[in-house]
Design a protein around this ligand. Structure first.
Ligand code: SAM
Ligand code: SF4
Length: 445
């Protein structure tokens, strides 16, 4: 989402004469767009700011000014602390105030000193951002599109409801218009974004509230939009209609990120996730019934306060039974203001770390098996750019695997059947297949 937000900030700044710079040394303005989800991300902000101060001072000695801004969720949560610890920062703005950036730049220039905007404004920033939203990279064929933001679920460990604010969805017409502009600019694959994207409930053209399912059916009608994905979804918001969309829409890629966090009912309860492990198993089963070639990815937290060896064993069981194509896993990180941060029975760091290594080894083995099973299959690949080797193209499979194949530049932006020939550590090698009508051969994982 920060990638998307950064592109939108560039859109608002363009009319002021700002464009991309080669690096901080050449930039009249540097915006650090930040993440607050785990403490390591926050620490990075202060270490990056230290480096940017050196650049700003060096430019000042040459008589060149640098506006230094901190945006995103660290700015939202720790705005005052940033200004106290790094008074050389000019602008601090939370994720809901990007549309006010031009006004903030003007205020900082007029008044001198720092400007901070971390209130949650009543207006939705999307209504004030310019229409020109472009894909993140000029000529890019894949793009992110935020449709929903914020969260009302208040999981015990999570800062999102405090930093991104309450759940809000963009109107269907605005999303469709932005998607059409992206497709007109050459985009073939759009990933819809939201902290809880399947809680989407935007105002439809008929005045009613549309769920993510209806939005997907409408997007699938845009000519030239070949692939759709959405992330991140919550198991509780996986409606019957959304499951049916996976059955009905060939544009909807057969790869779903469905975070579960833990396989232990006790921990799911402590985390306030609102479902148990059996609910998750059942949901995965129903999704696989609807779309047998669907593969799953997930998020896991180990070492949440109160997690015992038995709880962790339940997580391993769930992973073994489900079989993931890929997953992200983290040790719990205490986030200020969240209920878990003040919960008793913290897990020793060494124990949490050992659990993480064990879980990651299991996930890695599943990911390797999934990729190894791809060798020999023919699948459609969207070519997105050049590979590292001359004459090589890179692209992505329906399962978001990186695929490399020799081929002409004219294939960039097109979807072609390839046959996977080899699995490398983080990518697949393939040859262009002569098949005119590729069929996905992967059976239910
Ligand atoms: N809304 C999604 C959901 O409910 O599954 C998750 C979005 S969250 C921005 C992304 C992931 O970061 C979570 O799924 C969780 O695994 C991880 N995460 C969030 N807070 C964390 C914390 N305090 N410590 C460790 N990992 C955390
Ligand atoms: Fe955070 Fe996701 Fe829980 Fe919302 S549902 S509080 S974004 S983990």
């Amino acid at each position: 989402m920060n990638v998307y937000d950064s592109a939108r900030m560039a859109d608002v700044l363009r009319p002021l004469g700002y464009g991309p710079a080669n690096g901080a040394e050449d930039a009249d303005m540097v915006i650090l767009n930040t993440c607050h989800i785990r403490d390591r991300a926050t620490e990075k902000v202060f270490s990056e700011l230290g480096k940017l101060r050196v650049v700003k001072d060096a430019r000042a000695r040459q008589g060149r000014e640098t506006v230094l801004a901190v945006a995103g969720c660290v700015a939202q949560a720790e705005g005052q602390e940033i200004l106290a610890r790094a008074p050389y920062v000019d602008l601090v703005l939370g994720p809901q105030t990007y549309h006010r950036l031009p006004e903030m730049v003007a205020r900082a220039a007029r008044a001198g000193g720092s400007v901070i905007e971390t209130d949650f404004p009543v207006e939705q920033k999307f209504d004030f951002l310019p229409d020109e939203a472009a894909p993140q990279l000029p000529g890019g064929v894949t793009a992110f599109l935020t449709v929903q933001e914020g969260c009302d679920k208040f999981c015990s460990f999570c800062v999102v409801p405090y930093t991104r604010g309450a759940e809000a969805s963009r109107a269907v017409a605005a999303v469709l218009a932005e998607a059409r502009r992206m497709v007109a600019g050459g985009v073939r694959e759009i990933s819809l974004l939201g902290q809880n994207v399947n809680a989407y409930h935007g105002e439809g053209p008929d005045g009613g509230s549309w769920g993510l399912d209806r939005l997907l059916y409408a997007l699938a009608e845009i000519p030239g939009l070949a692939r759709l994905r959405y992330t991140t979804s919550h198991p509780r918001d996986m409606s019957d209609a959304l499951i049916a969309a996976h059955r009905d829409l060939p544009q909807l890629m057969p790869f779903l990120h469905l975070p579960v966090q833990s396989g232990s009912d006790r921990m799911l309860d402590a985390m306030n996730r609102g479902h148990d492990a059996e609910d998750y198993r059942r949901l995965v089963g129903r999704l696989r019934d609807a779309r047998p070639d669907l593969a799953f990815s997930s998020d896991f937290i180990v070492g949440h306060p109160g997690e015992t060896d038995a709880d962790f064993a339940a997580t391993l069981s769930l992973v073994r039974e489900t079989g993931f194509a890929q997953a992200y896993s983290f040790t719990w990180s205490a986030r200020p203001g969240t209920p878990a941060a003040s919960a008793p029975n913290r897990v020793a760091e060494a124990v949490a770390h050992a659990r993480l290594l064990e879980l990651q080894a299991l996930i890695r083995a599943q990911q390797d098996r999934f990729n190894a099973d791809s060798v020999g299959l023919t699948m459609p690949v969207l070519f997105t750019g050049h590979g590292r080797k001359p004459g090589q193209l890179s692209g992505r499979s329906p399962y978001l695997q990186a695929v490399h194949a020799a081929g002409p530049d004219t294939l960039i932006g097109t979807i072609r059947p390839v046959t996977i020939t080899e699995m490398l550590t983080n990518s697949l090698t393939a040859t262009l297949s002569p098949d005119a009508n590729p069929m996905l051969e992967r059976a239910c994982a």
